[in-house]
Design a protein around this ligand. Structure first.
Ligand code: IPE
Ligand code: IPE
Ligand code: MG
Length: 245
């Protein structure tokens, strides 16, 4: 048993009923920085440190899939220096973390329109995916240049280009053409920094996921907050439209 498993159990988490797939909207880096009177990019840098810890904690807790929203398809609307800084940060992280992730048996995946990213970042992501593709530990998906609507549009484009007949188009056919069709739907979606909205994240897959919003900003999201989210998740009755058993 790992340290975080022991801690989670102590707090009342049932390790046999953990969410299989946790998605995270890592929000509030800018506010975290503003409160300290420092630049937004320093907030993003701090957020990167948090992500490193969160990935380790999720993996040691026994979460099988972690998907994090790093850069949305709409985040290009931000000032060029912030966009540029974020791209550099993500590229550096992808390169610097690969060895550790591989050692920890992490399988790296990406969700989003990759071809629109800077070439260096694309290369770093592709190298990460390839290197770790046969790993059997946690599946870590970086959503970068990701939009939920764009993902559905891309799936529809695939259907059309494959000449799929109309009567063969159903939810399974669309689901099979999403960015990572082999991943289960998220069970729990965590958003930091208090905003009660979805911001175009995993619109299709998240149809029935449980939401957990914390006031903590992303750089403040710690082990305790992760355990709190799991506890809250285990308190919910998921019905998927049916009646509770
Ligand atoms: C989330 O933090 C990171 C990204 C969207 C890239 P924000 O940058 O959105 O932080 P706030 O919302 O301005 O505090
Ligand atoms: C969502 O946060 C995107 C990421 C965390 C990458 P935003 O800060 O972009 O969302 P809005 O603009 O507040 O909806
Ligand atoms: Mg934000």
């Amino acid at each position: 048993m790992t340290e975080i498993q022991r801690l989670a159990e102590e707090r009342g988490v049932d390790l046999n009923r953990l969410p299989v797939h946790v998605a995270m909207i890592m929000d509030g880096n800018g506010r975290w920085a503003n409160r300290r009177g420092i630049g937004r990019l320093l907030g993003h840098r701090e957020g990167y440190k948090t992500l490193r810890e969160v990935l380790l904690n999720c993996s040691e807790l026994g979460i099988k899939f972690l998907t994090v929203y790093a850069f949305s398809a709409e985040n290009w609307k931000r000032p060029a220096d912030e966009v540029d800084g974020l791209m550099r940060l993500i590229e550096g992280a992808a390169r610097d973390e690969l060895r550790t992730m591989h050692q920890n048996n992490v399988r790296v995946c990406v969700a989003g329109r990759r071809t629109e990213l800077p070439p260096g970042l694309q290369a770093a992501l592709e190298h990460g995916i390839e290197t770790t593709q046969n790993n059997t530990g946690i599946t870590f998906t970086l959503a970068v240049n990701y939009g939920g609507r764009a993902e559905v549009v891309d799936a529809v484009k695939s259907l059309v280009s494959e000449h799929v007949p109309v009567d063969m188009i159903d939810e399974a056919a669309i689901g099979a053409r999403l960015y990572n069709p082999d991943h289960p739907e998220p069970d729990l979606m965590i958003r930091t920094a208090g905003e009660m909205r979805w911001s175009n994240f995993l619109l299709w897959q998240g149809a029935y996921c449980e939401l957990f919003v914390t006031e903590k900003t992303w750089p403040e999201f710690d082990r305790e907050a992760l355990i709190e989210a799991c506890l809250s998740f285990q308190d919910r009755t998921r019905k998927f439209g049916a009646l509770a058993e």
